[in-house]
Design a protein around this ligand. Structure first.
Ligand code: F6P
Ligand code: MN
Length: 322
């Protein structure tokens, strides 16, 4: 099996970006270890604090965030970081070439049940003319990401990453401590019979989504003329990993459950990096009005509706909104 650094050289990734990627991966190896040791270190359960997203933080959310943030800021490679767990961006090296957005521990409701969680990261070039303290540096579309991916802390710790030359899967080999390539240029099947959505929100969806999911559930007896299966891991990293591995459609649609917050997933930390991986693998990543990666962000903690996965199924879903 090929080492990650060789794959990066084959994909012609610039040396300074390789150094940043290695820094990020060092952080993920540490988080992977801390997650596996959480019971012994008293790191299970919640803190008493709410993050900027209005969610109670788990102890491991805080630990993963601090680790990721410190390692990145100390590296000197980054001008600033922005995290789902931080109120605003945090300045690093004024002459750093890159900025990094991340969700240190996605799917944190899975922590206490020893289920799938992961770290999502996204790298953009730092605008030279802006101050390192300026969060507006992060207001760049997903299209401009230069490298992004996630690390899934599952039965195996896996890295899924792209630098724009295909989506590749790697596995953490604990015997030598590095990531090894297991699947180059992953391709998502264009058709699927599997969907992922939180069905308990059904009554809050817009009518076209109600109709679309209704037709999937009707299966062979309905207009789709085939049966569909449903999966919901409640961690986007886990659900997207399944979609990349064997196809499917994943959606967190607009809903009216909380009128002040029609969308759940975050553009910078979740939707953009996952969209890039999905598109590199031949899938689609959309909102009902356009491509996710075309969105020009207006705030760093912006949320967005998400419909992504197997190309033909995403198109079918969108046709209900026309
Ligand atoms: O980070 C948000 C998140 O945990 C995603 O990883 C996941 O897809 C979703 O929320 C789960 O939402 P729900 O709690 O509605 O199942
Ligand atoms: Mn998340």
């Amino acid at each position: 099996m090929q080492r990650l650094s060789l794959t990066l050289r084959q994909d012609n990734v610039p040396l300074d970006l390789i150094s940043l990627i290695k820094t990020i991966l060092a952080a993920t190896k540490e988080i992977s270890f801390r997650v596996s040791q959480a019971h012994m270190s008293g790191l299970m359960g919640s803190t008493l604090d709410e993050n900027i997203q209005g969610e109670i933080q788990k102890k491991l959310d805080v630990v993963a965030n601090e680790l990721f943030k410190d390692i990145l800021l100390e590296s000197g490679f980054v001008k600033a970081i922005s995290s789902e767990e931080e109120d605003t961006s945090v300045a690093g090296n004024a002459v750093g070439k890159y900025i990094v957005s991340f969700d240190p521990l996605d799917g944190s409701s899975n922590i206490d049940i020893n289920s799938l969680i992961g770290t999502i990261f996204s790298i953009h070039e730092a605008p030279e003319h802006m101050d390192a303290n300026n969060p507006d540096m992060f207001k760049q579309s997903g299209d401009k990401q230069v490298c992004l991916g996630y690390v899934l802390y599952g039965p195996a710790t896996m890295l899924v990453m792209t630098t724009g030359s295909g989506t590749h899967f790697y596995v953490l080999d604990r015997t030598h401590g590095g990531y090894l390539l297991v699947h180059r240029n992953v391709k998502i099947p264009e058709d699927t019979q599997e969907f992922a959505i939180n069905m308990s929100n059904q009554r809050f969806w817009q009518e076209p989504m109600q109709n679309y999911i209704g037709d999937l559930i009707a299966g062979e007896a309905g207009v789709r003329d085939k049966n569909f299966n449903m999966r919901w891991i409640a961690a986007m990293v886990g659900d997207i990993h399944r979609v990349l591995s064997r196809g499917g459609i994943f959606t967190y649609p607009t809903d009216s459950k909380n009128p002040n917050q029609p969308h759940k997933l975050r553009l910078m930390y979740e939707a953009n990096p996952m969209s890039f991986l999905i598109e590199q693998a031949g899938g689609l990543a959309m909102t009902t009005t356009g491509r996710i990666m075309d969105i020009e962000p207006t705030s760093i903690h912006q949320r967005v509706e998400v419909i992504m996965g197997s190309k033909n199924e995403v198109e079918t879903c969108l046709s209900y909104f026309k």
